[in-house]
Design a protein around this ligand. Structure first.
Ligand code: ZN
Length: 281
């Protein structure tokens, strides 16, 4: 179990999925000669990734950030992405002593399958929300783009797996940066998708940020190490720099959405870029 206590807020790391994606696409313009040293590929050029979700507890309010890949995959997809069946969101919740019906809010950074796939489950041949009491918070523009398949990758969005969310009445669309309760807020980063959002947790003097795909792993801290999956690469490049400069200056904790080894880090300066460092509170 990995847990942080920030004032009155508990933050749990939940590994919902482990899978593999092509290393070239994970690191965009970076030559393989460089990225393979920090993220060794398998024989099929795939690198190891996790889907790291956060569970944020404030008394009776339980906010889940992202949901991993879920289990709605064909056997061919299971093989392509090398899914590790040992991991699931419900297993990760249970390992920390929680059940899906306790979750009151689900914040989705964006609706690509590896972030929103775990939002719903199959019951009697139909998809229904995995979290029966939760409000699902999605940027309005992201919802529209997902339904229309606005993506450079054919398989990123699965509209048929999202529509039951709307039908459930649990979908709540956000318009831009949104303060959820004075301590938690969402923040639109753009870059990866036009309306991609992160989550900021503020508790006393501590700030923890889940930047989602803006900085998916520690290896993506270098300025030009960005994913080929990004819809707006230059926006990622510039927005990431502004974000990391502020995170470094203000001592923020960063929670990584895809890092296969580490849940969260603080930043230290390393010349022209930042590096991740372990920390104690
Ligand atoms: Zn994505």
């Amino acid at each position: 179990m990995q847990r942080l206590l920030l004032g009155n807020i508990e933050v749990y790391h939940l590994c919902a999925s482990r899978f593999r994606l092509d290393g070239g696409t994970m690191f965009g313009v970076v030559p393989k000669l460089l990225w393979e040293k920090v993220s060794p590929p398998d024989a099929r050029n795939r690198v190891e990734l996790a889907c790291n979700c956060l569970l944020v507890r404030q008394d009776q309010v339980l906010t889940l950030v992202d949901t991993g890949c879920g289990s709605t995959f064909t056997s061919r997809e299971l093989e392509i992405f090398a899914f590790d069946p040992a991991h699931s969101l419900t297993k990760a919740l249970a390992a920390n002593g929680f059940t899906p019906d306790q979750v009151t809010r689900v914040v989705l950074t964006h609706l690509h399958f590896d972030h929103a796939g775990g939002a719903l489950e199959w019951v009697d041949g139909r998809l229904r929300p995995l979290f029966p009491r939760a409000r699902y918070l999605v940027q309005r523009g992201e919802w529209a783009d997902a339904l229309q398949g606005v993506s450079i990758m054919k398989s990123s969005y699965r509209p048929e797996a999202l529509l039951p969310l709307k039908a459930s009445g649990q979908l709540h669309l956000l318009d831009g940066d949104t303060d959820l309760d004075g301590q938690l807020s969402t923040w639109v980063t753009g870059g990866h998708t036009a309306h991609h959002q992160g989550l900021v947790v503020r508790a006393g003097s501590q700030t923890l940020v889940y930047p989602g795909e803006l900085v998916p792993t520690r290896a993506h801290l270098r300025p030009h190490w960005n994913m080929a999956y990004d819809m707006f690469p230059h926006h990622t490049l510039t927005r990431k720099k502004v974000f990391l400069d502020q995170a470094l200056a203000e001592g923020w904790i960063i929670a990584w959405d895809h890092d296969p080894r580490v849940a969260w880090s603080r930043l230290v300066s390393a010349g022209d870029h930042c590096q991740a460092a372990e920390f104690e509170l």
